[in-house]
Design a protein around this ligand. Structure first.
Ligand code: SAM
Length: 239
């Protein structure tokens, strides 16, 4: 998969994509992240990318032309069509389901706004989708782009050392994940639940499912209304 990011801070984006699971996915050539700086496509000697906003008021707007030229260069850099996403607090809220769908695309583009945002005319003509990472306002789209790169990158086949770990994560089956315990078994802060030491795989699976259900009920009851347990899980609970 290829992800192209348009940002005034390309080095930040590159650094985010160079570490951890996503960095490893790039090394394994499962993912390619490229960053494009609109300032490189500005036409005046000040390399301007923003202008004041018509109608008055504070704040600048990212101008059409530098972005349009950047996007054209970005689109031409590889043969695959780009699904272009504008990161915006006004966009549809990002979910794990949307992340899973994006992870299956061959190529996405992420347009990061700054200032008051991007000229509306460019958004109307170039952007396929607007996504928000939550109901709060960031000063730029780069952190939101990093969130998408990470969430999508870790789902590329072979990115995680154990593919099962993504399947067990929160939201993948509609529930929150169960609690996890590592060494040591006994500690002043508490002991590892006995069932996890029993070696009884069915009992462990049942315990984990009950923990997931309980946590979801307590912390995110809204998720339960959209969640259907598969036959295997229902059978496990009936045992
Ligand atoms: N004037 C805009 C508004 O109120 O909708 C906010 C602009 S914000 C200061 C600058 C940029 O940060 C936006 O263009 C967008 O790219 C990014 N941004 C801010 N909050 C975001 C969020 N919750 N999700 C995704 N991107 C966000």
């Amino acid at each position: 998969m290829r992800i192209d990011v348009v940002s005034l801070f390309p080095d930040f984006v590159r650094q985010c994509a160079a570490v951890g699971v996503v960095g490893r996915a790039q090394q394994r050539e499962l993912l390619q992240v490229e960053a494009w700086n609109p300032r490189d496509y500005a036409i005046d000697r000040h390399r301007s990318v923003d202008s004041s906003s018509y109608g008055g008021g504070p704040g600048m707007v990212m101008m059409i032309e530098p972005l349009r030229t950047t996007l054209a260069a970005m689109r031409a850099a590889a043969p695959e069509a780009v699904h272009l996403i504008y990161l915006s607090p006004q966009g549809t809220r990002l979910t794990q389901g949307r992340v899973e769908a994006l992870a299956k695309l061959p190529r996405i583009g992420l347009l990061c706004g700054r200032y008051e945002g991007v000229d509306e005319r460019l958004l109307a003509h170039e952007v396929d989708e607007e996504l928000s990472i939550g109901d709060y306002v960031l000063s730029g789209g780069e952190l939101a782009a990093a969130v998408i790169i990470d969430a999508v990158g870790r789902l590329q086949d072979g990115a995680l050392n154990d593919a099962q770990s993504a399947e067990q994560d929160s939201f993948s089956d509609g529930l929150l994940d169960c609690p996890h315990y590592g060494k040591p078994v006994h500690h002043a802060l508490g002991d590892v639940p006995e069932v996890l030491l029993s070696g009884d795989h069915a009992a462990i699976a049942r315990w984990r499912l009950k923990q997931s259900l309980g946590r979801t009920w307590l912390r995110r009851p809204d998720l339960l209304s959209q969640c259907w347990l598969d036959a295997e899980s229902r059978a496990l609970l009936e045992e």
